[in-house]
Design a protein around this ligand. Sequence first.
Ligand code: NAD
Length: 329
Amino acid sequence: MKILMYNAVADELPYVKQWSEKTGHEVVTIDQPLNEETVNRASGFDAVSTQQTTSVNPPVYERLSQLNIKQIALRQVGYDVFDLPAAFANHVRLSNVAAYSPRAIAEYTLTQLFNLIRHNKKFDRAMAQGDYTWAAGGQAREIHDLTVAIIGVGRIGTALAEMLHALGAQVLGVDPVYRAQNEPFVTYTTLDEALRRADVISFHTPLNDETRGLADHAFFEKVQPGTIMLNFARGEIVDMTALESALASGQLAGAAFDVAPNENDFMDQKQTVDELPENIQRLVAYDNFLLSPHIAFYTNTAIKNMVEMALNDAVIMVNGGFTQNEILR
Ligand code: NAD
């Protein structure tokens, strides 16, 4: 089978080569997006794959159909790049990769939790000034003494819960969906009860009507003084003004975020520090606020899985088979 991979980036190429050698299918990679200008490049191919960075507009599906291409395999989660009615009208099947590595995000959440409880940013900043005293950072806490509330115990939340449990922490779970298989390591409870008991609160929900602005001023008032907050899901879940107030008052002892509501203004780009949005400049000045550039997912395993799962789905769909990654509505 011949597959044309649009929007291919350097990180993906070794895994494309490995997959090709393993399966015997030919993959041609190009860095251009799949659009009206480039769709004819797919002539003579059996399947195509694309990335979530560029939208695939209606004329593309029509042309793919004329070229006898019956699917598009997206290599990430966010399938809002597709025009579903146009794809379905042209009998083009679509797939995405919804879970490329839940563990990648869970591991980085845990990494940043450890960084917060060991005061690593504070120590690093002090040492950069020649201050190598213990007092510069302060005493740490140990993970097995902590109660961690996971809001959203899905794929990522479950991976995090398993690791925290293995390390001896008490794990509370808040999720409208109960998963019996999580019982050995999660105590399911209500949001209010979790906020009352937790030393650490970690968000792993999608952004939806219920979670948008969930952590507002009233939310912060319900948490224990000295709570740690982790947001590795979506920036809009947390009201950043309320977060700043909670850090300033000490209601939060620390926070680590991999996302921000205004992240498109500065993440994935280079700028000087004073060009950053003002609230981000203020937040990163805190010793107990850690910000990372939406990199929790960014591991070798995740990139490999994005490539391999998308290409496997492309083959399945061309052969008329079933994949649970198919986008049906
Ligand atoms: P998932 O669908 O497997 O799990 C989400 C869970 O949240 C589900 O169990 C759902 O029932 C629950 N949920 C929904 N609304 C809720 C609410 N109001 N209160 C409590 N729980 C609620 O998703 P996942 O794969 O675990 O991903 C979770 C989120 O992580 C994604 O939606 C995405 O925003 C984010 N994410 C971040 C990165 C990163 O690099 N930082 C990478 C991938 C995903």
